[in-house]
Structure formats: C-alpha cells, structure tokens
Design a protein around this ligand. Structure first.
Ligand code: HEM
Ligand code: NAG
Ligand code: NAG
Ligand code: NAG
Ligand code: NAG
Length: 324
C-alpha cells in the first residue's frame, strides 16, 4: 500500500513537472532526453550494481550531493582534484567523504555512450536519488541541466557547511543562506537515518560538554553510555552507526531516535528546540513513511537548485576530477 502511494505521488509530481518544462534556475526533468536518452538508465544500472555489492556506499553518495550543493552550488566542484592541496576535496569535513570512485566509474560509462554531454554535477544529483531509492527510500524526478564549475577551494568547506555542533538558530541561518527553510532543514536532516559518523563529530557530548568533564544532559543517559563504550576520548578512527540497527535502510527511524533524545549530533538534538522542527520530528516519530518520503524528494529538488550553472556557464567536464 505504501509503495502504491509513493508511485502515485511520483506520477502526480511527474505530470506537474512536465507541464512546466524549465524551472526558475533553468533545470528541467529529462534534460538529456534528446542528447543522451539512456543517461539515467545507465546511472541506475550502475548504482544497482554498486549498492548490491556495497550497501553502505549509499550514505556517502547521498552526502556528496549535499556537500557539493552547499559549497559554490551544485556544480561538482566537490569532485575536483587539487594539485596543491587547496581543493574542496582537501577540506576538513571532506576527510570523511567516500564514493568518488563510483562517480568516476559512472562518468566513464556515460562518456562512452554520449561523449561530452552529461555533467558531473547532474551525475551527483542522479546518483544521490538512486542511492536513496535503492535502499528502500523514495524515488523523485531529478531536475537536470546543471553544468560543471571550474573552481574549488578547501577553505570554503569550513565556512559553507553546517556544523554538527550548531544550535537550531545557527542551522536555520545556514540553510536560509542557501534558500532553504526550517522545514527543509528538518526534512533533509532525516538523511541521517543512514550512514555512519566518526567519533569526533559528537564525542564532546560524551566526555566534556561544558568543559567540566560532563556529558550533554540532553543526550539520553543510556545511549551516552553505549556511545562512550564505542568512542574512547580522542578516538578519531571508529565509525558509529547514526541509526543503530537500520543504518543501511532509508526510513523514518531517525525521527524516532531524535524524539527519544538519541540523535547523535548537537544539531540533530537541536531540532527539538524550535516549534516547527520539533512538531515535524514528533509527527514522523509517531507515523509511517509517506509524508517524510514525499517531503524528502521535494526538499532534495530544492537543494539541487542551489547555485546551479546552466546554459553557457561552466562546462561539461570530460573527467570529473579535472577542469577540461
Ligand atoms: C544541519 C545539517 C547537517 C549537519 C550538521 C550534518 C553533519 C554531519 C556529520 C558531522 C556527519 C558525520 C561525518 C563523520 O564524522 O564521518 C554526517 C554524516 C552524514 N550526513 Fe549529514 N549533516 C547535515 C545535513 C545533512 C544533509 C542535508 C544530508 C543529505 C541530504 C546529510 C547526509 C549525511 C549522510 C548520508 C551521512 C553519513 C555519511 C557516511 O555514512 O559516510 N546530512 N553529517
Ligand atoms: C593553488 O592554490 C591557490 C590558492 O591558494 C590557487 O589560487 C591556485 O589556483 C592553485 N594552483 C593549482 C595548480 O591548483
Ligand atoms: C546559538 O549560538 C549562537 C552562537 O554561539 C548564540 O549567539 C545564540 O545565542 C545561540 N542560540 C540559541 C537559541 O541557543
Ligand atoms: C575539558 O575541557 C576543559 C576546558 O576546555 C579542559 O581544561 C579540560 O582539560 C578538559 N578535560 C578533559 C578530560 O578533556
Ligand atoms: C575522499 C577524498 O578524496 N579524501 C581526500 C580528503 O582530503 C585528504 C587530505 O588532503 C586527502 O588525502 C583525501 O584523499
């Protein structure tokens, strides 16, 4: 029943989008329909292979789109290699990004099928959608037509990305600076239903929250104890499942955790400190997936519009790691 609803929703969205062909940012569904009709099928096929071999790669591939969009817009600048250690790839939050090889593999296949046509920025957006869809998440129509940027700067990763230590005011301000609402913040944070985190992103909450050797009182005590058994002080290598028990499946369990004061980051817990985001968390914690799934697709489309290059701007990279 749930899946019928999802497909019905998708059908309605598709109709709505096909009647308004180009959005305000210049993107549209099916941009490659004439120039590379098999593009989306090639990506989905490759993603099926990748996810069946390595289900945990879905999470870093989704996160890649988020990081790309939040720094210089969704222009694949996140993929550029640096010659002198100053590209976004070298930035601190980036040390934990994986999955670049998957994008390169898909790009190679697309260059064979339709040389010089499909942008790396669109590949990232389509891969993120397929990554979610293939681990039981929603499917949404991805707007395409992005072009690739020519500049990448490590320093921007520090200032552009939201911090896991941010309070609700700071997270909302960060999202607002990208044209995203408080609703987008609480909906997109639901991505933390999959994947893993390194200890330093939250260990302050376990050991020295206010500098007096104390734990964060807003973190469930039992959960904090369990996390302390996984993350010793100064552990920078251990990976912890953000949604223990279902970190490979896209579902609403993130909201159930946050509602039980078991969100991993300060920024997750902070969603309970604003009436709108709190109401959303509690509603999803109590309910089933259809509302979240529909919202997630819509917020991902909005995120995918951030700072895009279209028309004659930028270029279509031949290799995603290098400017032509
Ligand atoms: C307030 C906003 C956000 C903050 C502060 C935040 C922060 C973080 C941090 C600190 C990690 C763990 C990194 C590590 O230590 O390895 C993480 C992981 C992750 N984030 Fe977020 N994030 C935010 C929003 C988002 C959004 C919008 C998405 C996607 C739509 C997303 C998707 C993910 C995924 C999938 C992972 C797991 C990655 C993996 O398994 O390798 N996050 N996030
Ligand atoms: C090296 O870094 C500087 C910024 O510090 C940048 O302007 C320059 O383009 C980079 N050179 C190469 C070859 O990447
Ligand atoms: C959030 O953090 C900022 C910067 O530290 C601080 O000025 C502000 O008062 C905090 N807001 C809330 C609601 O805690
Ligand atoms: C906790 O933080 C305080 C203040 O930053 C610091 O002086 C102290 O050494 C820290 N304690 C531990 C156990 O890390
Ligand atoms: C996945 C990836 O490209 N990570 C890079 C992030 O930055 C470090 C440090 O510069 C590189 O060594 C990694 O290769």
């Amino acid at each position: 029943m749930a899946s019928i609803n999802v497909f019905l929703n998708l059908f309605i969205i598709l109709i709505a989008l096909s009647s308004s062909s180009v959005n305000a940012q210049g993107l549209k569904v099916g941009f490659y329909q004439k120039t590379c009709p098999q593009a989306e099928a090639i990506i989905l096929k490759e993603m099926r292979r990748v996810i069946s071999l390595a289900p945990t790669l879905g999470a870093p591939l989704l996160r890649l789109h988020f990081h790309d969009c939040f720094i210089r817009g969704c222009d694949a600048s996140i993929l550029l290699n640096s010659k002198n250690g100053t590209a976004e790839k070298d930035g601190i939050p980036n040390l934990s990004l994986r999955g670049y090889g998957v994008i390169d593999g898909i790009k190679t296949k697309l260059e064979k099928a339709c040389p010089g046509v499909v942008s790396c920025a669109d590949i990232i957006a389509l891969v993120a959608r397929d990554a979610v869809f293939l681990i039981n998440g929603p499917f949404w129509p991805v707007l395409t037509g992005r072009r690739d940027g020519m500049v990448s700067n490590a320093i921007e990763t520090i200032f552009g990305l939201p911090s896991p230590f941010a309070n609700i005011t700071q997270s909302k301000a960060n999202f607002a600076s990208k044209g995203l609402s408080a609703k987008d913040l609480v909906v997109l944070s639901g991505a933390h239903t999959i994947g893993t985190s390194h200890c330093p992103s939250f260990s302050l909450r376990l050991y020295n929250f206010t500098g007096k050797g104390d734990a964060d009182p807003s973190l469930d005590r039992q959960y904090a104890a369990r996390l302390r058994s996984k993350c010793k002080p100064n552990d920078i290598t251990t990976l912890v499942e953000m949604d223990p028990g279902s970190f490979k499946t896209f579902d609403t369990s993130y909201y159930k955790l946050v509602a039980k004061r078991r969100g991993l980051f300060v920024s997750d817990e902070a969603l309970l400190h604003d009436p709108e985001t709190k109401a959303y968390v509690l509603r999803q914690a109590a309910g089933t997936s259809p509302e979240f799934f529909k919202d997630f697709g819509e917020s991902m489309v909005k995120m995918g519009n951030i700072g895009v290059l279209t028309g004659k701007q930028g270029e279509i990279r031949k290799q995603c790691g290098f400017v032509n």
